[in-house]
Ligand binder design. Sequence first.
Ligand SMILES: *[C@@H]1O[C@H](CO)[C@@H](O)[C@H](O)[C@H]1NC(C)=O
Ligand SMILES: *[C@@H]1O[C@H](CO)[C@@H](O)[C@H](O)[C@H]1NC(C)=O
Ligand SMILES: *[C@@H]1O[C@H](CO)[C@@H](O)[C@H](O)[C@H]1NC(C)=O
Ligand SMILES: *[C@@H]1O[C@H](CO)[C@@H](O)[C@H](O)[C@H]1NC(C)=O
Ligand SMILES: *[C@@H]1O[C@H](CO)[C@@H](O)[C@H](O)[C@H]1NC(C)=O
Length: 214
Amino acid sequence: MFILSYLLLFASPFVAPQAIWNETSYPNVLEEQTQECKINGTQAPYLTCDPDEILTQTQRFELNDALKDLKNVTTSNGTECSNQGYIGVVLLARKIVNGTTKEAQKMANYFRDNWDFGRCDKGIIILMVTFYQQFYMACQPNVPLSDSDVNEIFEHNKDTLFNGNYFEGLSNVIKESKNKLTHQTGGTMTNRIIHVVRIAHRINRMAIPLTTML
Ligand SMILES: *[C@@H]1O[C@H](CO)[C@@H](O)[C@H](O)[C@H]1NC(C)=O
Ligand SMILES: *[C@@H]1O[C@H](CO)[C@@H](O)[C@H](O)[C@H]1NC(C)=O
Ligand SMILES: *[C@@H]1O[C@H](CO)[C@@H](O)[C@H](O)[C@H]1NC(C)=O
Ligand SMILES: *[C@@H]1O[C@H](CO)[C@@H](O)[C@H](O)[C@H]1NC(C)=O
Ligand SMILES: *[C@@H]1O[C@H](CO)[C@@H](O)[C@H](O)[C@H]1NC(C)=O
C-alpha cells in the first residue's frame, strides 16, 4: 500500500494537466481559435471545438462538415435574415468549473450571448461536458426550435451520449436539428419570424437544462 501511494505520488507530475474550463477560458471557435479547438487543418467556417481531444480528428472534421452543411442548407436566396443559415456549434469539454448543471447552463448561455454569431441571432450552441455527463443546447432568438423539439432530440440521443458515444450522438443531434429546421424554413418568412422570436425568448429564459446523470 505504501509503495503504491509512493508510485502514484511520483507518477502524478507526469500526467498531462487537465484544463478545467470556464466561460472565458474556453476557446472561442468563432474567433478562429482553431489551434486550441483542435480544428486547425480544415476549412472555415470552424464550428467544432474539442480542446481536450475527446473525439478523433476525423470525427471533429466530420462534425464540422455536418455543421457547415446545416448552415448551407438553411441559407436561402432571400433578403433580411433568410439568407443567413443557422450557425450551429458543437463544443466539447471534459471538465468545467464547479461541474454543476447550473454552470454548464451558464456557460452555454454565455456563449450564446457573447460570441459573435452575426446580426441574425441564428446561433445554436450544443455543449457536451463529458466528465460530468452534461448536455446542453442553447438557441439564439431566431432559431425556431421549441423546448419540446430540443427535448425530443435529446431523448432520442441521450443513451448514445451517456454511453460515451459522443461522435455518434452529436452527429445525430445535428441531423435531427437540421431535419426540424429545414422543415420549418420556406413559406412566408415575415409572419414566421414574429412567431419564432416569441418562442425563442421563452427558450432563452428556460435555457433548457436537459439533464445531469450523476
Ligand atoms: C477562467 O479561467 C482563467 C484561466 O484559468 C482565469 O484567468 C479567469 O479568471 C477565469 N475566469 C472566470 C470568470 O472565472
Ligand atoms: C495544427 O496544430 C498543431 C498543434 O498545435 C500544429 O502542430 C499544426 O501545425 C497545426 N496545423 C495547421 C494546419 O495549422
Ligand atoms: C451548399 O448547398 C448548395 C445547394 O443548395 C450546393 O450546391 C453547394 O455545393 C453547397 N455548398 C457546400 C459548401 O456544401
Ligand atoms: C438569387 O436572387 C438573385 C436576384 O433575385 C438572382 O439573380 C439569383 O440568380 C438567385 N440565385 C439563386 C441561386 O437562386
Ligand atoms: C464556483 O467556483 C468558484 C470558485 O472556484 C466559486 O467562487 C463559486 O461560488 C462557485 N459557484 C457555485 C455556483 O458553486
